[in-house]
Design a protein around this ligand. Structure first.
Ligand code: PMP
Length: 458
């Protein structure tokens, strides 16, 4: 138990000195003091199972002892140099990360956050293609910096400020909410309750979404485009998946018009999806640029952009890229330790096994409760979309979703929320999670739903 700051004092300080814009996630905010692997502890010593990993960030476990030991050792040696100086942790890390990506994705730029990585990827797309327009999906989240705000199309983050010059949004081929339904990309263990009547193998919905995509590409401003950004599975928008083969066709269309394709792996990378190390591999596509953050450092602020030598060269021609903290010895040592732990502890395999178990188990709840419209995802990235009833698919009101969320927390389970109406529970635990903990989460979530049904009946 660690009691340096009383709860009431923390609330006071928050109110006076911390950003009023960042909304507290819970009605009664949590004051967290300690973390160990998939567990978090608050100021009163209560234990919580972290099923959201500090927003899909803690990949190998809170304060993983091996990562902590490497960080401590590196702190005794050298924290910082600035990337203009060479140092072994950076070179060792670059080599290890490059090994995990297919040819020709072999040139790495190290930065500090997902927004910075996507900013840089936007610059690369424009300098390489010599075009301006960049396309991203509605519901996509790619950052909050002034540049990436143009790509981000989640309403609550889209500030009422001039932003997004040269950025175009296009319809998200959302299998659950989109007008044509569709069937999920490749080997998903659970299939959504489709709107269309065709079988997953003959599903026509993709063609309709591709027509919409072409329409965006053919608008006058975007005839020759710089690039197309896509998350392999949308995270903030509530774990939204696209129809099978959609990205493959979309990438081809973008390339026909001289644009490059960017996979935003900030949430989906590093083995979280189980079947593959990178989300783009599950769509059977090869991007020109890959951006990554969050899980890359298990919570330490670091991020990367990986691209081809050709694109990297085009960037070098027009800019001296400099980043004070990007690729610091400390970040790189931590990054290497994270990769080692993922490998040694077979965490990608664990994501696949425990994730599939979790998806199938929670799909039982979809069949039990009319207010669960969809259970979807891949590996350890799962969305549970709450509706008023299965027929209407109207989103469950936010106040009701919030109450279920709060009840789960009070029973020791932390889950996330997402979607335009904040109607989807997002589950993305650290990749060291066990089936026993999934059983615990299942029981807590089911109890919260039963409590909710009782409240509704009154
Ligand atoms: N891309 C995706 C897919 C994200 O989910 C996020 C963060 N939620 C970002 C980019 C931006 O990352 P950061 O908050 O580190 O800037």
């Amino acid at each position: 138990r660690y009691q340096s700051l009383p709860y009431s004092r923390a609330l006071e300080i928050h109110k006076q000195h911390l950003s009023p814009v960042e909304t507290a996630y819970f009605q009664k905010p949590l004051l967290l003091h300690q973390g160990h692997m998939e567990w978090l502890f608050d100021s009163e010593g209560n234990r919580y199972l972290d099923f959201f990993s500090g927003i899909v960030t803690v990949s190998v476990g809170h304060c993983h002892p091996k990562v902590t030991a490497v960080a401590q050792k590196q702190m005794d040696h050298l924290w910082h140099t600035s990337s203009v100086f060479f140092h072994p942790p950076m070179h060792e890390y670059a080599e290890k990360l490059a090994e995990l990506l297919p040819e020709p994705l072999k040139v790495i730029f190290l930065v500090n956050s997902g927004s910075e990585a996507n900013d840089l990827a936007m610059v690369m797309a424009r300098t390489y293609s010599k075009h301006t327009d960049i396309i991203s999906f509605r519901g996509g989240y790619h950052g909050c910096s002034p540049y990436t705000l143009g790509l981000t199309n989640v309403g609550i983050y889209k500030m009422e400020l001039p932003n997004g010059m040269g950025c175009q949004s296009t319809m998200c081929p959302d299998v659950f909410r989109g007008p044509w339904g569709g069937s999920y990309c490749r080997d998903s263990p659970v299939q959504t309750v489709r709107k269309c009547s065709c079988t997953p193998d003959c599903c026509q919905a993709k063609e309709q979404y591709i027509e919409q995509f072409k329409e965006t590409l053919n608008t006058s401003v975007a005839k020759s485009i710089a690039g197309f950004f896509a998350e392999p599975i949308q995270g903030v928008n509530g774990v939204v998946q696209y129809p099978k083969e959609f990205l493959k066709e979309a990438f081809a269309l973008v390339r026909e018009r001289g644009g490059v394709c960017i996979a935003d792996e900030v949430q989906t990378g590093f083995g979280r999806l189980g079947s593959h190390f990178w989300g783009f591999q599950s769509h059977d596509v090869l991007p020109d640029i890959v951006t990554m953050a969050k899980g890359i450092g298990n919570g330490f602020p670091m991020a990367a952009v990986v691209t081809t030598p050709e694109i990297a060269k085009s960037l070098a021609k027009c800019l001296q890229h400099f980043n004070t903290f990007g690729g610091s010895p400390l970040a790189c040592a931590i990054g290497s330790a994270v990769l080692q732990v993922i490998k040694e502890e077979n965490l990608q395999k664990n994501s696949q096994e425990v994730g599939t178990y979790m998806l199938l188990k929670f799909a039982e709840l979809r069949d039990e409760f009319d207010i669960i419209g969809d259970v979807r995802g891949k590996g350890l990235m799962m969305g549970i979309e709450m509706v008023q009833d299965k027929m209407s698919r109207q989103p469950l009101p936010k106040t009701e979703v919030n109450q279920i969320h709060e009840d789960c927390k009070d029973m020791g389970l932390l889950v996330g929320r997402g979607g335009i109406f904040s109607q989807t529970f997002r589950i993305a635990p650290p990749m060291c999670i066990t089936k026993l903990e999934v059983d615990f989460a299942f029981e807590v979530f089911r109890t919260a739903l039963l409590q909710h049904m009782e409240r509704r009946a009154k």
